[in-house]
Write a protein that binds this ligand. Structure first.
Ligand SMILES: NC(=O)c1ccc[n+]([C@@H]2O[C@H](COP(=O)([O-])OP(=O)(O)OC[C@H]3O[C@@H](n4cnc5c(N)ncnc54)[C@H](O)[C@@H]3O)[C@@H](O)[C@H]2O)c1
Length: 281
């Protein structure tokens, strides 16, 4: 590494919008960021859950946290969430696209409703949030350049939550798998679109975490596959992970925090796997 590269300033990330932060992985990410004194915009459709997370964040982070209630499946939900974060914090340095929807339907019985909901939450909202946050972060880079020559590369950081499912053939889970393949595509595209503004865009693929979403999904999968012994079914699924165990939201939150706060500014368009080797990247 040359001396110049070693001296390149890191992005300073003080305010981060985390979607789907009322529960599960989003909540763990919000708390891990608060522990690093980041002001978190706790965004969710579930106001009570978001308020609980924000209250816990505010107990750890001196600058507090904000509750941002939004249905990201609506056409203006993504813009509204970013506008609200900007009005609460004055600037936005980071975004985690974590909110997600999953359902299970046999391939021959798929419904338009399931496809629509999956598309609106997992794809359209992710793309529109990247764009809305990108516009806000482009302003950060311009302001940094105006005050300190050569400080470009400080626009902000975006992390999209993808899934090992993006790379798998899953006949009862086609909408979800396709939506996460779309997240991978959006990540690459947004990374190139936002690079001139000093905004990096990466993704993280978590392994199996026993969240509400995962438990419901696996119950539906077992039903559709005609498996009566749920525990035996879950054990088989766990045994398919090369590292031999499931993970949890706290372990996965560390990867997101690393991408947001600690990774070199030169990393963009990357997919970080926390899947225990499940999709054998
Ligand atoms: N749990 C796993 O094993 C697993 C594995 C791979 C990827 N993922 C991904 O991780 C992310 C988090 O999943 P999780 O397991 O923590 O799920 P979860 O169901 O526990 O949490 C998801 C959150 O998103 C919120 N949300 C859903 N629709 C929304 C909308 N329209 N507007 C605003 N908020 C909305 C929910 O209210 C909820 O709080 C998702 O993107 C999921 O696809 C999860």
């Amino acid at each position: 590494m040359t001396e110049a590269a070693a001296e390149k300033p890191q992005a300073v990330v003080k305010t981060v919008l985390v979607t789907g932060a009322a529960a599960g992985l989003g909540r763990a990410i919000a708390l891990a960021l608060a522990a690093r004194q980041v002001q978190v915009g706790v965004c969710d459709i579930d106001e009570a859950g978001a308020t609980r997370t924000a209250t816990q964040c505010a107990e750890i982070a001196s600058e507090g946290a904000a509750v941002i209630v939004a249905d990201l499946a609506t056409p203006d939900g993504p813009d509204k969430a970013v506008r609200e974060a900007l009005s609460q914090f004055g600037r936005l340095d980071g975004l985690v696209n974590n909110a997600g929807f999953a359902t299970v339907e046999p391939f021959l019985e798929m419904t338009a409703e399931a496809w629509d909901r999956t598309y609106h939450v997992n794809i359209r909202a992710v793309a529109l949030l990247c764009a809305a946050a990108g516009r806000a972060m482009a302003g950060n880079a311009a302001a940094a350049d105006a005050t300190a020559a050569g400080s470009s590369g400080q626009g902000g950081r975006i992390v999209n939550i993808t899934s090992p499912a993006a790379r798998m053939a899953l006949p009862n889970y086609a909408h979800y798998a396709a939506s996460k393949a779309a997240v991978d595509s959006i990540t690459r595209t947004a990374a190139i679109a936002l690079a001139p503004f000093g905004v990096t865009v990466n993704s993280m693929a978590p392994g199996m975490m026993d969240t509400v979403m995962q438990s419901k999904t696996e119950q539906m999968m077992a039903e559709v596959e005609g498996r009566n012994d749920l525990q035996a079914y879950l054990d088989e699924r766990t045994a398919r992970v090369p590292l031999g165990r499931r993970t949890d939201p706290d372990e996965m939150a560390k990867l997101v925090v690393w991408l947001l706060l600690d990774a070199p500014q030169y990393v963009t368009a990357e997919r970080l796997n926390g899947s225990g080797g499940l999709d054998r990247d």
